[in-house]
Design a protein around this ligand. Structure first.
Ligand SMILES: [Zn+2]
Length: 263
């Protein structure tokens, strides 16, 4: 069983051939696809797709690059969306200092509000960081310590640092917080030595596999539009790097995803 724990199936990049893309994912054995939202609108669309396709699940949230879409009532609208039975997480949320579309202080405020929502309704979080991992980890440490104080069950599996791009020390901090670490297409790139070293050192028990489609397409399709069927290439590379059987990698990482998203 393969699982794509992060795919933007709602994007209009897929409007022409979404059914075919789902079919191709089914053909290679993908049984679960998680579609996180980036705005309220995108979160609603993710839920519609989860209603249409049995293997699709949704997360709801506002991405840091879409912070300008945040309004007074957004948090309560997210809360309303999150009661849907196929919504399994709050995301994707976080901090992005690379694109810098939203002032850092505003990004932090939106991030914190959504972390608090996740704690309140007991859903794990899908975290995006870019050039911002230290600030994100600082906020997550506070959040996790509050979870502990309030005896929240989330403290055992609070979420995932999606498409991880930190270093060994960042990965260690993520593990200490019991966060999963998500890996995408770049692990297959020949120039991604640091990322590959990280995969070699990190136990499979801490990993999730994702595509982040339509982005981050693995080798040898780099540059083309990505899709969930290509999650297989990421798993194959991780199996090779860790010198483990393909089935071992799929079993453990799929079990990790099931634990986190309770599907
Ligand atoms: Zn994403």
């Amino acid at each position: 069983m393969l699982v794509d724990t992060h795919c933007h199936l709602d994007f209009n990049w897929f409007d022409q051939d979404r059914d075919e893309i789902i079919d191709r994912a089914r053909e290679v054995g993908v049984k679960r696809i998680l579609n996180p939202g980036i705005t309220l609108r995108s979160s609603e669309h993710a839920i519609q797709l989860a209603e249409k396709y049995p293997e699709v699940y949704a997360a709801v949230g506002v991405h840091p690059n879409d912070g300008s879409s945040w309004e007074e009532g957004t948090i309560s609208q997210l809360r309303d969306l999150a009661v849907h039975q196929k919504v399994v997480a709050i995301g994707e949320i976080g901090l992005d200092y690379y694109r810098d579309h939203t002032p850092h202080e505003l990004q932090k405020r939106i991030f914190k509000e959504q972390l608090n929502l996740a704690a309140e309704i007991n859903l794990p979080v899908i975290i995006h960081t870019r050039d911002s991992i230290n600030d994100a980890l600082d906020l997550l440490k506070i959040w996790c310590s509050d979870l502990k104080d309030s005896k929240s069950g989330l403290v055992e599996h609070p979420g995932v640092l999606h498409s991880f791009s930190g270093d060994q020390d960042d990965a260690k901090q993520a593990r200490a917080l019991k966060f999963f670490v998500g890996f995408t297409g770049p692990v297959t790139f020949s120039n991604a030595k640091d990322l590959q070293e990280l995969v070699i050192r990190l136990p499979l028990q801490n990993m999730l596999i994702e595509t982040d489609s339509p982005f981050l397409t693995p080798h040898p399709y780099r540059g083309k539009r990505n899709e969930p069927a290509r999650v297989k290439l990421v798993v194959e590379k991780i199996a090779e790097l860790k010198q483990q059987a393909y089935n071992t990698v799929t079993e453990i990482t799929s079990a990790n995803a099931a634990q986190l998203f309770d599907w």
